[in-house]
Design a protein around this ligand. Structure first.
Ligand code: 13P
Length: 257
């Protein structure tokens, strides 16, 4: 088990959602980068809104922190008002993209089929998709959490023709932005379950390298409970990633978990 863990570097991803302007984003980077300089045992990414991608890329400079987006559209170009293509994200310096976040599913009506098209478009363009899955409180109460997550994985990862890294983020909807995090034990149980499902889709060697993140009310006070679990390989952080000190603390604590 130790060897398997060693091949999966921790990954900490900031999802800024619809927050910050250009000067706030630049100020964040100025403070954040020196704080995580010493931490070379984890990968770090920031996913700002589209309007900040270029500014954040510039502010990150030659640091090891990667840039990601929060969404994309699956077509390459054309009359799709309001949408952003994978090539545009690459052009802005993105290396990864969050797909199927619960806010996209629940507020904007994204279906598993749309999410599958987005995952394929990301992989086709050599962007790392961070596929988000997770059950609502109602589904959990009805004992359907695993069934829902299984469906989201099987549909979201359907018929992939492209190789490349894929990251899964388990984000129970009831834990997002509520201050009520899942217990580390629940996060481990679901991440283990996710890995079993992935083994039915991809070769085992690939699955052992795939990173599964936990997301939902992660903060410095609870991060090590998650990253200390054998199947949890990092976190997708919302609110606590908006503050450079708090996100840096999450990164530092994960490096040594
Ligand atoms: P919070 O960390 O604010 O709960 O958000 C989690 C999330 O949705 C990250 O994608």
């Amino acid at each position: 088990m130790k060897e398997v863990l060693a091949i999966r570097r921790k990954l900490l991803v900031a999802n800024w959602k619809m927050h910050k302007n250009i000067s706030e984003a630049q100020a964040f980077c100025r403070r954040f980068l020196p704080e995580i300089e010493e931490c070379d045992r984890a990968d770090i990414a920031i996913c700002p809104p589209f309007t900040l991608l270029t500014a954040v890329k510039g502010a990150l400079g030659s640091s090891k922190v990667k840039l990601g987006a929060q969404n994309l559209f699956w077509e390459e170009k054309g009359a799709y008002t309001g949408e952003v293509s994978p090539a545009m994200l690459l052009d802005a310096g993105c290396e990864m993209v969050i797909i199927g976040h619960s806010e996209r599913r629940h507020i904007f009506g994204e279906t598993d089929e749309m999410i599958n098209r987005k995952v394929k478009a990301a992989l086709r363009n050599k962007l790392i998709p961070i596929l988000c899955v997770g059950e609502t409180l109602e589904e959990r109460k009805k004992g359907q959490a695993e069934e829902v997550v299984k469906r989201q994985l099987l549909e979201g990862l359907r018929e992939l023709e492209y190789d490349g890294e894929i990251v899964i983020a388990y984000e129970p909807v009831w834990a997002i932005g509520t201050g009520v995090n899942a217990s580390p034990d629940d996060a481990q149980k679901m991440s283990f379950f996710i890995r079993q499902i992935l083994k039915g889709i991809f070769p085992e060697e690939k699955v052992l390298e795939m990173r599964i993140l936990y997301g939902g009310s992660v903060k410095p006070e609870n991060i090590t409970g998650f990253t200390g679990q054998p199947d949890v390989d990092g976190a997708l952080v919302g609110g606590a990633s908006l503050d450079p000190d708090s996100f840096a603390e999450i990164v530092r604590l994960s490096c040594y978990a």
